[in-house]
Design a protein around this ligand. Structure first.
Ligand code: ZN
Length: 199
């Protein structure tokens, strides 16, 4: 199954492998929301920092800070998260951390020093940002799309989505609260769910 060039089966499998490797003292495999922070810190040993100005990161000089949601610094094993976004949107903060973990799991072998997560220009949660945001230039590079798919699969695991939807139907607000996601991310996930094989 391919979406926008992303091999979703492979990315889903990567996220599933990560979740299955989480020891029981970090997560029991069922409780929601999935503890993305603990997984990143306790399983992968990455440090999460809330940073006001992400453009201070090496390799990001010159990028307007309001255009960055997060970064993975591969050499120091740090994930930097846009502090302003994190204060305002918990779901987006979690998604950004999941996105950067996706780079760590899938892409760090490419030896890129830093991966950035650009602010998404079209958002249902931050319409006021539309005016000031620079377009990230149409199509995002494949690693960015893969990291987004990984974050979704990590935060909203398939088997738990199926279980919760069985219980609550497809109510977006209930589901986003349970999974700790943004409304937009949950809508994408519900849409993707239509193509999943029936259990
Ligand atoms: Zn990225």
């Amino acid at each position: 199954m391919e979406t926008n060039g992303v091999d979703t089966d492979r990315v889903e499998a990567e996220a599933r492998r990560v979740l299955e490797s989480v020891p029981g003292y970090v997560w029991d495999g069922e409780s929601l929301p999935v503890p993305v922070d603990s997984i990143v810190e306790n399983v992968f040993g990455l440090l999460i920092r809330l940073v006001e100005d992400l453009s201070t990161a090496p390799g990001c000089e010159g990028i307007p800070p309001e255009n960055l949601s997060g970064l993975l610094l591969t050499s120091s094993g740090e994930i930097w998260v846009n502090a302003e976004e994190a204060r305002r949107w918990e779901g987006r903060r979690r998604f950004t951390i999941g996105h950067e973990l996706g780079h760590h799991v899938m892409h760090r072998a490419t030896r890129t020093r830093v991966f950035c997560r650009p602010v998404e220009v079209v958002s249902d949660e931050a319409p006021e940002q539309l005016a000031g945001a620079r377009s990230v230039g149409g199509e995002q590079p494949l690693p960015e799309l893969e990291a987004n798919a990984f974050a979704a699969a990590l935060m909203m695991p398939r088997h738990l989505m199926v279980g919760q939807c069985g219980r609550h139907g497809g109510d977006v607000d209930t589901l986003r609260a349970a999974f700790g996601s943004s409304e937009k991310a949950m809508k994408y996930r519900l849409d993707a769910m239509k193509s999943w094989p029936k259990p």
